[in-house]
Design a protein around this ligand. Structure first.
Ligand code: ATP
Ligand code: MG
Length: 347
């Protein structure tokens, strides 16, 4: 709590001087009053009849008790100060550990993406070339066997079809490993492409894509995080939501922040229920590694909205200072990492 206006905080040297002045004034006042009222003489007179109970020793005893209490208070104060110091230090270490953790997660995610990219390249260069060679050989076989060996021709045609099919499967895996569209088209068009693909696979769902603000040059890590987030959320809508409509929104809300939201009108989910999947957990890790916030808002039966707020300065500046993680869930309403307040209730 901040000190009251006009009052110096207790650790302030001017406050200590003021307190000393109060002590000096109280002592002077006591001396003046004692002199005026002849207090000691009065005390001696009062305690004299009780001398056999040693009551006349009480004033000195109380004086010693007062000194002892002052010493006791001073010792407790020192002890409290040491405790406070230790706590501050522990808090600082915790903050550092959180910041380091965040930076490690970020590094881990970057390495994971790098590994995926390498794997996709290997698959393209090795598997893709081999499949092409197999297909060309099969085409030669078919041409050689044409009209003379119908069984060989049939087998060759089957190999051609199969190699085409395997290539399509491999291409699909490569796409998931490394969204080539992101490199080729940039974030906005890559997400639009992703939404378009999803729309084709789910023709019954009204799927919209909205974007606003400058979405260029957000940085590699932010781009891949946004892309993976939309990818996972749309996959979830297809798998779990039974939705009639879904809206994907990508907004540059300020020069320092981008807001991603995927909202559906499906069956929603109980946010406090135990979940076994890894998708949402992975998304939270990705978003928090960038010091962003991930919010889930849902009313069972009325759909789910996944919102991510990503700061844009983190990549250049390294790990941002850790903020206190505020976790937990408001059953059935909203679950938050961080402390966003818009819309519904915040956990
Ligand atoms: N759009 C949604 N509508 C309704 N429920 C959802 C939605 N998205 C996620 N869920 C619920 O949240 C759970 C956790 O989702 P999550 O993506 O973490 O795991 P998953 O999709 O089941 O598996 P994984 O993503 O690991 O393949 C899901 O099992 C589902 O019950
Ligand atoms: Mg999932």
């Amino acid at each position: 709590m901040p000190p009251a206006e006009g009052r110096a905080p207790p650790g302030n040297p001017s406050a200590a001087i003021r307190d000393l002045l109060v002590v000096a004034a109280a002592t002077g006042l006591a001396f003046a009053l004692s002199s005026l009222l002849e207090l000691r003489e009065w005390l001696t007179e009062v305690t004299h009849p009780l001398e056999r109970y040693q009551m006349d020793e009480l004033p000195l005893t109380f004086a010693v008790l007062a000194l002892a209490l002052a010493w006791f208070a001073w010792r407790r104060w020192r002890h409290a100060e040491q405790e406070l110091h230790l706590r501050i230090q522990a808090q600082r270490e915790l903050s550092d550990a959180l910041a380091e953790n965040r930076s490690l997660s970020q590094r881990y995610l970057m390495l994971q993406e790098e590994e995926r990219r390498n794997l996709a390249r290997e698959m393209h260069d090795e598997l893709g070339q081999c499949l092409n060679a197999i297909k060309l050989d099969a085409v030669s076989m078919r041409d050689m066997a044409q009209g003379r060996h119908p069984e060989v021709e049939t087998a060759a045609n089957s190999i051609i079809d199969l190699s085409g099919h395997v290539y399509d499967v491999v291409r699909g895996i490569m796409q998931r490993l490394r969204p080539a569209a992101l490199d080729a088209l940039g974030l906005h068009d890559a997400v639009a492409h992703l939404v378009g693909q999803w729309r084709r696979r789910h023709p019954a769902v009204d799927c919209r894509f909205e974007a606003g603000g400058d979405l260029t040059e957000l940085g590699e890590v932010v781009n891949i995080t946004v892309y993976r987030l939309v990818q996972e959320c749309l996959t979830n809508v297809g798998k779990h939501a039974r939705a009639g409509a879904v809206t994907v929104s990508l907004q540059r809300t300020s020069p320092e922040e981008v807001r991603i939201s995927v909202r559906d009108d499906g069956r929603g989910m109980a946010l406090n229920a135990k979940r076994s999947g890894l998708g949402l957990v992975g998304l939270r890790e990705r978003v928090e590694a960038l010091d962003g916030r991930l919010l889930l808002r849902s009313v069972p039966g009325q759909g789910l909205e996944v919102v991510a707020l990503l700061p844009l300065s983190v990549e250049e500046e390294g790990p941002a200072p850790a903020h206190e993680p505020a976790r937990g869930a408001d059953p059935g309403q909203e679950e938050a990492a961080g402390s966003e307040t818009g819309g519904g209730r915040v956990a």
